[in-house]
Write a protein that binds this ligand. Structure first.
Ligand SMILES: Cc1ncc(C[n+]2csc(CCOP(=O)(O)OP(=O)(O)O)c2C)c(N)n1
Ligand code: SF4
Length: 345
């Protein structure tokens, strides 16, 4: 056996370090982007996908610098157009594992239209939206997820707009996997990134990401020791929606809305909902997503929806096969010269 055979027959065991490029990340010290970068590198070797099959596509923004730092194929594309470039890559080569890295400005302002159409098509790509509720790269203008009243460089007296809820947007647009996590909880972040990457179809993950320079502490209530247990609800498959410092509260579905009631494990309230992201009614999915930033109830973290249905590329291949069977193999030259052709003299 010569060396070349050995390389071909023994798959390499990859590690996080294999996915780090030679470019040193240039995010501000303390930026949440570092945490996402670290967990992404960690989960990629666990997916069992050869390294040359990964592609990271981004738009423009601090977050969109991500592909530079990954030792994989990548495209730092144009503002808001990562879904378009990624769709082309995936359709041309369905063997690839394609990630879209975007920010709340890139993905939901200039790229909002591209984002919703990606979701409804169910192309098999994984979207990671770094939501810091601000434009970081351009130095602190408000974004479509900035909270109403937020004072920023471009809203010195407070924004007048209602923010988008990215989870609701992805759900309403038809994404087949929808989840939320946060940079300050590495274990949860890694698990959600892995689950999203394994999903077949458009998977969407909103990551709450701290911009330490222009919107520091935007999600503090979800990770600070004193508030996190009451403000964040970690949804777990097979469990009711329990939260609170002593696991002493639970969400109950009552007359088409959620309410918080006391919880005692030994004597739980009757008719509690049990979480199962693969089998929730639209009413419950949307009800959970709508709790975001509710002052009286916790913000849900975890997987809101995971359903399996045919992807765009599978349907496309079927259609190509069908037409080929009906009309035979295509010929570009004939196609160019068919139909209404005319000569300009
Ligand atoms: C066509 C175009 N319009 C506007 C800009 C300026 N611009 C660059 S990044 C950006 C917003 C980035 O915000 P976000 O996606 O939230 O990323 P972050 O920097 O916060 O990670 C804007 C408006 C641009 N580069 N190109
Ligand atoms: S400006 Fe904000 S988002 Fe951009 S690198 Fe710095 S901390 Fe991160």
């Amino acid at each position: 056996m010569n060396n070349q055979d050995r390389v071909a027959t023994q798959p390499l065991k990859l590690t996080a370090a294999d996915f780090a490029s030679k470019s040193e990340p240039r995010w501000c010290p303390g930026c949440g982007d570092y945490a996402i970068y670290a967990q992404m590198k960690k989960i990629l070797p666990e997916l069992g996908i050869p390294k040359e099959k990964f592609v990271f596509v981004s738009g423009i923004g601090c977050s969109s610098r991500f592909p530079y730092y990954m030792n994989t194929f990548g495209v730092h594309s144009i503002h808001g157009r990562a879904p378009t470039v990624a769709s082309g890559i995936k359709l041309a080569n369905p063997e690839l594992k394609v990630f879209i890295i975007t920010g709340d400005g890139d993905g939901l302002s200039i790229g909002g239209n591209h984002f919703i159409h990606l979701c409804r098509r169910n192309i098999d790509v994984t979207v990671i939206l770094f939501n810091n509720r601000i434009y970081g790269l351009t130095k602190g203008q408000y974004s479509p997820t900035s909270v109403k009243g937020q004072i920023t460089k471009s809203s010195p007296y407070g924004t007048l707009e209602n923010p988008f809820n990215p989870v609701l947007m992805a759900m309403a647009s038809g994404a087949t996997f929808v989840a939320r996590t946060i940079d300050r909880n590495p274990k949860h972040l890694a698990e959600i990134l892995r689950r999203a990457a394994e999903h077949k179809g458009t998977s969407f993950v909103e990551v709450y990401q701290n911009c330490v320079i222009f919107n520091d502490g935007a999600f503090e209530d979800l990770y600070s020791k004193d508030t996190k247990d009451d403000r964040a609800l970690y949804m777990e498959k097979g469990k009711p929606y329990i939260f609170g410092k002593n696991h002493d509260k639970v969400l109950k579905w009552n007359c088409s809305r959620f309410e918080a009631v006391p919880y005692d494990e030994a004597n739980p309230p009757e008719n509690l909902l049990i979480h199962d992201e693969k089998n929730l009614s639209a009413e419950i999915e949307f009800g959970l997503a709508s709790l975001t930033d509710n002052p009286d109830l916790p913000t849900p973290m975890g997987i809101f929806r995971q359903v399996e249905t045919e992807t765009y590329e599978e349907l496309l291949q079927k259609q190509i096969d069908f037409v080929k069977e009906k009309k035979g193999e295509g010929d570009l030259e004939t196609l160019f010269n068919s139909g209404n052709t005319f000569i300009i003299e």
